[in-house]
Design a protein around this ligand. Structure first.
Ligand SMILES: Cc1ncc(COP(=O)(O)O)c(C=O)c1O
Length: 366
């Protein structure tokens, strides 16, 4: 009896809604009986991982009877030397999702406040709710984090401010000037979190190098991941960069062996393959140009993106369009905070063409 058991559960957990991921290909195959499915729902990099990473995973498979390196020594040092920070400035997570979870556990007391943009990445809210903290949603302005309004929302109880740049689901960034102004007089009890999961795709010249703030010893944490441009989403490796004292506190809440040995080896090998990111960026730029042109031809407004997905206004209930696309074998993403916007991951040319053909059929019957 669910009712009697619910009394066992912490009140804040009862109110949590489980994360609803982009629909897996196998699930859609089962549901609609189609074999040929194109998934453009989770901002994955369809080019796949570096061959060097695949080789490293194979080699690491032999040693999985051993626990992984719980301090991620080689990965941390490889990242540190690339980023020009000390190895003590880095924490590694089972995806950057896990570091978001650590941030909530480490910093949010009950009744503390967290600020985030709306819409933005949904996991921030869960980190607040799980710790009985209040989540203060600040609406985006022109689909972009409104850092002036977010700064105004800071009060004595504010602990964390999540700034996704590029933002998910809109693909927009905040400029260096905006971020500098935001940080200028931020009180010490506030920790801004720059979530840069899509950083490798950014073209904007005024995108800030937020690791500079860490090097300056400021109270900030930068989150990055191997899930997107590095195409290791299935392995779950993300990392955070912050002053060593903050990293030390995050280490206090984590489990001892949170990142598998195979994942660590693949991440190290990926860092040694510059071509991987170059290929991903080239495919993304070409796909972006194609999608923009097609959206314009279809008369659809879209948000210019700095990431590997585009947020497009389909002009009608996005859930209906999402379902109709799925019947045609294309999985996109809807229900991300705006009623008529769909988020589509940029894929290979054939994926993008299939998506546009399906969208055109759904919207115009052609
Ligand atoms: C903005 C943002 N942050 C964090 C993540 C989590 O990435 P991962 O846990 O795979 O590193 C995602 C995934 O979609 C994201 O869009």
């Amino acid at each position: 009896m669910a009712d009697s058991r619910s009394s066992l559960v912490r009140e804040n957990v009862l109110g949590l809604v489980p994360y609803s991921p982009g629909k897996p290909i196998e699930e859609v195959k089962r549901e609609i009986g189609l074999d040929d499915i194109t998934k453009m729902a989770s901002n994955e990099n369809v080019l796949g991982p570096s061959p060097k990473a695949v080789e490293a995973m194979r080699a690491a498979a032999e040693s999985v009877y051993l626990y992984p390196d719980g301090s991620w020594f080689r990965l941390r040092h490889a990242l540190a030397s690339r980023l020009g920070v000390s190895a003590e400035s880095i924490v590694v997570g089972n995806g950057s999702d896990e570091i978001i979870h650590f941030l909530g556990l480490t910093f949010l007391n009950a009744a503390d406040e967290m600020i985030q943009g709306d819409p933005s990445f949904v996991r921030y809210e869960a980190a607040a709710a799980l710790n009985l903290a209040k989540c203060h949603l600040v609406p985006l302005r022109d689909f972009t984090h409104d850092l002036v309004a977010m700064r105004e929302a800071v009060n004595d109880r504010t602990k964390l401010v999540f700034i996704a740049s590029p933002n998910n689901p809109t693909g927009t960034i905040n400029t260096k000037a905006e971020v500098d102004a935001f940080l200028a007089d931020l009180p010490d009890h506030v920790l801004p979190v720059f979530d840069e999961a899509y950083k490798e795709y950014v073209d904007a010249p005024d995108y800030p190098e937020t690791v500079d703030y860490v090097r300056e010893g400021r109270n900030v944490i930068v989150l990055r991941t191997f899930s997107k441009a590095y195409a290791l989403a299935g392995l779950r490796v993300g990392y955070g960069i912050a002053p060593p004292e903050l990293i030390g506190y995050l280490n206090q809440v984590r489990e001892p062996f949170n990142v598998s040995s195979i994942a660590q080896e693949a991440a190290i090998a990926s860092l040694e393959d510059e071509d991987q990111v170059k290929r991903a960026r080239a495919m993304n730029s070409a796909g972006k140009r194609y999608l923009y042109a097609q959206f314009e031809a279809l008369g659809l407004a879209y948000v210019p993106t700095e990431a590997n997905f585009v947020f497009v206004d389909v002009g009608r209930d996005c859930m209906e369009v999402f379902r109709a696309l799925m019947q045609l074998g294309v999985i996109a993403r809807a229900g991300l905070g705006m009623p008529t916007h769909l988020r589509v991951t940029i894929g290979r040319q054939e994926d993008n063409e299939r998506f546009i053909a399906a969208l055109s059929e759904v919207l115009h019957g052609t």
